[in-house]
Write a protein of this length. Structure first.
Length: 86
Protein backbone atom coordinates (compact mmCIF):
# COMPACT_ATOMS: atom_id res chain seq x y z
CA UNK A 1 0.00 0.00 0.00
CA UNK A 2 1.36 3.38 -1.01
CA UNK A 3 1.70 5.99 1.66
CA UNK A 4 0.51 9.53 1.19
CA UNK A 5 4.09 10.82 0.86
CA UNK A 6 4.89 8.28 -1.87
CA UNK A 7 1.74 9.24 -3.80
CA UNK A 8 2.57 12.93 -3.51
CA UNK A 9 6.13 12.32 -4.69
CA UNK A 10 4.89 10.23 -7.58
CA UNK A 11 2.33 12.91 -8.53
CA UNK A 12 4.97 15.64 -8.42
CA UNK A 13 7.34 13.59 -10.56
CA UNK A 14 4.60 13.00 -13.12
CA UNK A 15 3.68 16.72 -13.32
CA UNK A 16 7.08 18.41 -13.38
CA UNK A 17 7.40 20.55 -16.50
CA UNK A 18 3.95 19.69 -17.80
CA UNK A 19 1.26 22.08 -19.00
CA UNK A 20 -2.23 21.94 -17.45
CA UNK A 21 -3.53 20.16 -20.57
CA UNK A 22 -0.84 17.47 -20.25
CA UNK A 23 -1.61 17.03 -16.55
CA UNK A 24 -5.30 16.62 -17.41
CA UNK A 25 -4.46 13.87 -19.90
CA UNK A 26 -2.35 12.12 -17.24
CA UNK A 27 -5.35 12.23 -14.90
CA UNK A 28 -7.64 10.76 -17.56
CA UNK A 29 -5.16 7.97 -18.32
CA UNK A 30 -4.77 7.25 -14.60
CA UNK A 31 -8.54 6.93 -14.18
CA UNK A 32 -8.82 4.63 -17.18
CA UNK A 33 -5.98 2.41 -15.93
CA UNK A 34 -7.42 2.07 -12.43
CA UNK A 35 -4.87 4.13 -10.48
CA UNK A 36 -5.46 4.54 -6.73
CA UNK A 37 -7.88 7.27 -5.74
CA UNK A 38 -5.22 9.03 -3.65
CA UNK A 39 -2.90 9.37 -6.63
CA UNK A 40 -5.68 10.78 -8.80
CA UNK A 41 -6.57 13.22 -6.05
CA UNK A 42 -2.95 14.38 -5.80
CA UNK A 43 -2.78 14.84 -9.58
CA UNK A 44 -5.95 16.93 -9.50
CA UNK A 45 -4.42 19.14 -6.81
CA UNK A 46 -1.34 19.60 -8.99
CA UNK A 47 -3.61 20.59 -11.88
CA UNK A 48 -5.35 23.18 -9.70
CA UNK A 49 -2.02 24.65 -8.59
CA UNK A 50 -0.64 24.84 -12.12
CA UNK A 51 -3.82 26.52 -13.35
CA UNK A 52 -3.64 29.14 -10.58
CA UNK A 53 -0.03 29.97 -11.48
CA UNK A 54 -0.81 30.41 -15.15
CA UNK A 55 -3.83 32.63 -14.38
CA UNK A 56 -1.73 34.85 -12.10
CA UNK A 57 0.83 35.33 -14.86
CA UNK A 58 -1.90 36.14 -17.41
CA UNK A 59 -3.41 38.74 -15.07
CA UNK A 60 -0.01 40.36 -14.52
CA UNK A 61 0.67 40.55 -18.26
CA UNK A 62 -2.80 41.99 -18.91
CA UNK A 63 -2.41 44.71 -16.27
CA UNK A 64 1.06 45.70 -17.51
CA UNK A 65 -0.15 45.79 -21.11
CA UNK A 66 -3.14 47.95 -20.18
CA UNK A 67 -0.93 50.33 -18.19
CA UNK A 68 1.49 50.70 -21.10
CA UNK A 69 -1.37 51.35 -23.52
CA UNK A 70 -2.82 53.92 -21.12
CA UNK A 71 0.52 55.69 -20.80
CA UNK A 72 1.02 55.76 -24.56
CA UNK A 73 -2.21 57.72 -24.82
CA UNK A 74 -0.49 60.58 -23.04
CA UNK A 75 1.44 63.02 -25.23
CA UNK A 76 4.04 63.48 -22.47
CA UNK A 77 4.73 59.74 -22.34
CA UNK A 78 5.04 59.56 -26.14
CA UNK A 79 7.45 62.52 -26.05
CA UNK A 80 9.60 60.84 -23.39
CA UNK A 81 9.47 57.58 -25.34
CA UNK A 82 10.55 59.42 -28.49
CA UNK A 83 13.66 60.79 -26.77
CA UNK A 84 14.46 57.38 -25.27
CA UNK A 85 13.63 58.14 -21.64
CA UNK A 86 10.94 55.45 -21.53
Amino acid sequence: MMTRVNRRTQAIDMCVGKTPAEIMSIICESKENGAPFGLIQQLQQMLDLSSEESHALERKETVLSAWTNYCRGSWVYRLLERFGFR
